[in-house]
Write a protein that binds this ligand. Structure first.
Ligand code: F6R
Length: 364
């Protein structure tokens, strides 16, 4: 059932173009975003004063990305929180909040508990869920499905990509309803979304190069991921992917935080993966790359095509195709998923079933 692939994770990465297409296409109607299952009138959308995104692990990382997207595009304040923290902090919720619970399985105990807590207080909830009919899908006031199909590998790839798409669509919808998107801009955003599946496909084709690169790092002790803004959110996911399946210690930092402690961990040859896709932050991240490089780090950069300027501060560069700055996570994560996969394979780890981890965390 692995469809000729060595592991489910590789199979599922190869399904990402389809997953993105399937999550996107039914919700694009004549160059407009139509999310029927949202069932909210324009009036109700305009009344949302704050979005709270609550999730665990990788799903939480899609929320971090979405917080940047919603705030900039739709000008709605977003608070993102891991479910196990949210549920025990006696959160201050308002009737004008929309709580979005993101979950592949729809069964994650903490996410489900967070959902129930919101419902008890009468706060509107929206589930972004992959498994049809799962607990979160059944209990949320509204559900938007990600059409990724069954995901077997413990490390999520295709469901993560589908969650991002659902969140982008919501952001465009909200921004549009609030009158914040010029017609031309909306058209461009939708066009960029439609291009993502082919662009992801292209990135997947580059797997041999990434495999070669990954082979050099199977003995790494520590790896650091850095980025700013959405690139920080991508770093969080890149780092989690690597540690969970390769057992290499890795951490993600907001690049501007390096100076506040982390930089002392950089040694000769330490791998630092810099995600640098946000044009207005290029110069800032490049200076951080220079800082770690001058302390001996080997710098891998994941950046946009054309940003050759990073080459002066990087030892190895992976370029991703052009898209809206809002959507770069969908592209930049692909080489990072491939990197983790090949490090894990190179080390002989159990890629699809990493030690101590379960696909669905139904206990606290
Ligand atoms: C990481 C991973 C986990 C899940 C997390 C939430 O690759 O898969 O971090 O993202 O356990 O699971 P769901 O989305 O099922 O709520």
């Amino acid at each position: 059932e692995k469809g000729g692939y060595e592991h489910f994770m590789l199979k599922e990465m190869n399904e990402e173009p389809k997953t993105v297409r399937d999550t996107l296409n039914p919700r694009i109607v004549e160059n407009d975003v139509v999310i029927e299952e949202l069932g909210m009138s324009d009036e109700e959308i305009r009344e949302i004063k704050q979005i709270r995104i609550v999730a665990c692990g990788s799903a939480y990382h899609t929320g971090v990305t979405a917080s940047y997207v919603f705030e900039e595009m739709a000008r709605i304040p977003v608070a993102v929180e891991v479910a196990s923290e949210f549920r025990y902090r006696n959160p201050i919720l308002n009737p004008t909040d929309l709580v979005i619970i993101v979950s592949q399985s729809g069964e994650t105990a903490d996410s489900l508990a967070a959902l129930r807590l919101c419902k008890e207080q009468g706060i509107q909830t929206l589930g972004i869920v992959n498994v049809v009919g799962s607990s979160i899908a059944r209990e949320a006031d509204r559900v938007m499905y990600t059409w990724a199909g069954p995901e077997i590998s413990v490390a999520t790839t295709k469901a993560y990509s589908a969650q991002l798409i659902a969140l982008y669509l919501l952001s465009i919808k909200f921004a549009d309803v609030k009158g914040l998107l010029a017609k031309e801009e909306k058209k461009e955003l939708i066009n960029d979304l439609k291009k993502l599946p082919d662009q992801i496909e292209l990135l997947l084709h580059n797997k041999e190069n990434i495999q070669k690169f990954a082979t050099r790092y199977i003995a790494a002790k520590d790896v650091f991921f850095i980025g700013r803004g959405i690139d920080y959110a991508i770093s969080l996911e890149g780092s989690l992917k690597l540690k969970e399946i390769s057992y290499i210690h890795s951490e993600a930092y907001a690049a501007g935080e390096l100076k506040h402690g982390t930089i002392s961990l950089i040694e000769e040859g330490t791998l630092v993966a810099a995600v640098i896709t946000q044009q207005h932050l290029y110069q800032k991240t490049i200076s951080n790359m220079v800082e770690v490089k001058s302390r001996g780090a080997f710098v891998l950069a994941v950046t946009n095509e054309g940003n050759t300027e990073v080459e002066k501060a990087a030892d190895y560069v992976i370029y991703v195709p052009e898209t809206s700055h809002y959507f770069t996570n969908s592209l930049a994560i692909i080489p990072l998923q491939l990197f983790s996969y090949y490090v894990s394979v190179g080390k002989g780890c159990d890629v699809d079933k990493p030690r101590n981890l379960a696909k669905s965390v139904t206990v606290e």
